[in-house]
Design a protein around this ligand. Structure first.
Ligand code: SF4
Ligand code: F3S
Length: 106
């Protein structure tokens, strides 16, 4: 399965949702997650993200392992998103920030 990682927090560009053939992205206040039970590993979303937030669970960068569980948990309650929408106004300011997990709104 593919996993949305920390870079997406407060960026949420949503380019990824446009290409997913099985509509498995779910939207929270300032982050998106992938439902691991629905993802078919098509790989299409990975290159779409401007901040490279999406990885195969087998190739997660060091320190991002906890996002496997975060995606699994939050995709159970957050609604599906299939249409691209405007990113937050300050998304670009957050694009290069690290350690954003404290800002994740659930
Ligand atoms: Fe959707 Fe494919 Fe990305 Fe999985 S890898 S979330 S199926 S676009
Ligand atoms: Fe997030 Fe990147 Fe999609 S910032 S919403 S994973 S395009």
């Amino acid at each position: 399965t593919f996993v949305v990682t920390e870079s997406c927090i407060k960026c949420k560009y949503t380019d990824c949702v446009d290409v997913c053939p099985v509509d498995c992205f779910h939207e929270g206040p300032n982050f998106l997650v992938i439902d691991p039970d629905e993802c078919i590993d098509c790989t299409l979303c990975e290159p779409e993200c401007p901040v490279e937030a999406i990885y195969s669970e087998d190739e997660l960068p060091e320190g991002q392992e906890e996002f496997i569980q975060i995606n699994a948990d939050l995709s159970q309650t957050w609604p599906v998103i299939t249409d691209v929408k405007d990113a937050p106004e300050d998304a670009d300011e957050w694009a290069n920030k690290e350690n954003k997990l404290d800002y994740l709104e659930r």
